[in-house]
Design a protein around this ligand. Structure first.
Ligand SMILES: Nc1ncnc2c1ncn2[C@@H]1O[C@H](COP(=O)(O)OP(=O)(O)O)[C@@H](O)[C@H]1O
Ligand SMILES: [Mg+2]
Length: 314
C-alpha cells in the first residue's frame, strides 16, 4: 500500500498495487488478486490498470473501490436474469464469490460497429460471425441485432476469435452448453444495456465469462465495468466518429497511450498526472452514473483532445 496525491481531490489517497490478505494461494490477474478458499474465492480489486493486455506502472486512485462498487451494483441486480458468483462484500476492495470451474471463453457481444469488428468491416468483410453486414455502415453505427463474437481466454498474451464449432471441437464447451450460454449472453446484454440507457450510458459491447458450480452454469468474473466493457455517454455519441474523447471506459486510456506513442509493444510509460486524473474520474464516474448518483455531464470530464491539444487530433 502507498499513499499518493489524489489528482481528483488534491488530498492524499491510498493506492494498492498488490494486496496481502495473509492467505496463501493468491493468483494475481492483471487487475484483481484472487484468493482461493476452496469452495469460494476472495476477489480483491487493486488499483492496477491494464491496456493492450499490459499492466501499467502507474496506479489509478479510486479504481479498485469503484470497480468493486460497480461490479456489486450489477451483480445484485442481474441475478434475476442469470445467476452469478457473487456472495458478499468483504470490505471496500474485496468480494466473496462462489468458485466455479471456468469455461475458457470470453463471451463478447456487440451492438455497435466498433473496435475490431469495425476494422474488419472497413477492410471489406461483410460475412462475419454467421451474419451478413449491409454496405454503407459507419464506424460506431448501431447494428440491427447484437452479434456474439467470442474469443478464447488465453492464459498469456492476446485472446483469439473462436467459432461455435471451434469451441466444441476443442472441448471448451458441449453443444448444449454453448446454446445456453449464447442465450444467457443475449439476455444479460439486453438487461445491462437497458439499465445503462436509463442512466444516459450506451454499452456498445462487453465481454463476460461463465463457469459451472455443481453442474449449474453461473456468470463469473465481472459484469460490464469500465474495465471490461465500453461505456459511452449518450450525449456525446456521434456515429461515424471515434468515441474515445468522452467515454467512461478504458478506451480513453488506450487513446491517451496511443498519443503518447505506446500501443502495447515494449515498456509501458508512466502515466502523466493529468491522464491519471481523467482516468480516475472516469472510474468513479462509471459507478456514480450507472447507479444513478450523478449525471455524466456533471463529471467535469476533459477529453483526450483537451489533454493532448487539438492540433494533434487525427
Ligand atoms: N467465480 C470464479 N470462479 C473461478 N474463476 C474466476 C471467478 N471469477 C473470476 N475468475 C477468474 O479470476 C481472474 C480475475 O482476475 P483479473 O484481474 O480480471 O484477471 P485477467 O488478467 O485474467 O483478466 C480471471 O482469470 C477470471 O477468469
Ligand atoms: Mg479480467
Amino acid at each position: 500500500m502507498e499513499r499518493v496525491l489524489d489528482p481528483v481531490t488534491g488530498k492524499e489517497v491510498e493506492v494498492v498495487r498488490y494486496s496481502d490478505l495473509g492467505i496463501g494461494n493468491v493468483k494475481r490477474g492483471k487487475v484483481r488478486d484472487v484468493y482461493d478458499l476452496g469452495e469460494e474465492l476472495l476477489i480483491y480489486h487493486t488499483d492496477r490498470i491494464s491496456a493492450f493486455d499490459v499492466v501499467m506502472p502507474t496506479l489509478i486512485p479510486h479504481k479498485g473501490e469503484s470497480l468493486l462498487k460497480l461490479s456489486v451494483y450489477w451483480m445484485e441486480r442481474s441475478d434475476r436474469v442469470f445467476p452469478n458468483h457473487f456472495i458478499a462484500v468483504e470490505g471496500s476492495r474485496t468480494i466473496r464469490v462462489k468458485k466455479a470451474k471456468r469455461i475458457d471463453i470470453e463471451w463478447v457481444i456487440r451492438k455497435y460497429l466498433y473496435g475490431s469488428l469495425w476494422r474488419a468491416y472497413r477492410d471489406g468483410r461483410r460475412e462475419m460471425y454467421g451474419m451478413r453486414f449491409p454496405d454503407g455502415l459507419r464506424m460506431a453505427d448501431e447494428l440491427p441485432d447484437p452479434v456474439i463474437t467470442p474469443t478464447t481466454k488465453a492464459e498469456v498474451g492476446h485472446d483469439e476469435e473462436i467459432s461455435k464449432e471451434g469451441a466444441i471441437s476443442r472441448g471448451l464447451v458441449d453443444r448444449e452448453t454453448w446454446g445456453e450460454l449464447e442465450e444467457a449472453t443475449l439476455k444479460l446484454y439486453a438487461f445491462y444495456k437497458d439499465e445503462a440507457k436509463r442512466k444516459g450510458i450506451i454499452i456498445p459491447d462487453f465481454k463476460i465469462e461463465f463457469g459451472s458450480v455443481g453442474g449449474e452454469l453461473i456468470q463469473i468474473d465481472e459484469p460490464p465495468t469500465h474495465d471490461s466493457a465500453r461505456m459511452w455517454a449518450m450525449r456525446y455519441y456521434r456515429p461515424g466518429e471515434q468515441q474515445e474523447r468522452h467515454c467512461l471506459d478504458k478506451e480513453f486510456l488506450r487513446e491517451c497511450l496511443r498519443r503518447m506513442g505506446f500501443s502495447g509493444e515494449g515498456q509501458p510509460p508512466e502515466l502523466p498526472p493529468e491522464v491519471v486524473r481523467e482516468v480516475s474520474k472516469r472510474c468513479i464516474g462509471a459507478y456514480s452514473v450507472i447507479s444513478g448518483r450523478e449525471r455524466v455531464e456533471d463529471l467535469g470530464l476533459a477529453s483526450v483532445d483537451d489533454l493532448f491539444g487539438e492540433c494533434r487530433k487525427n
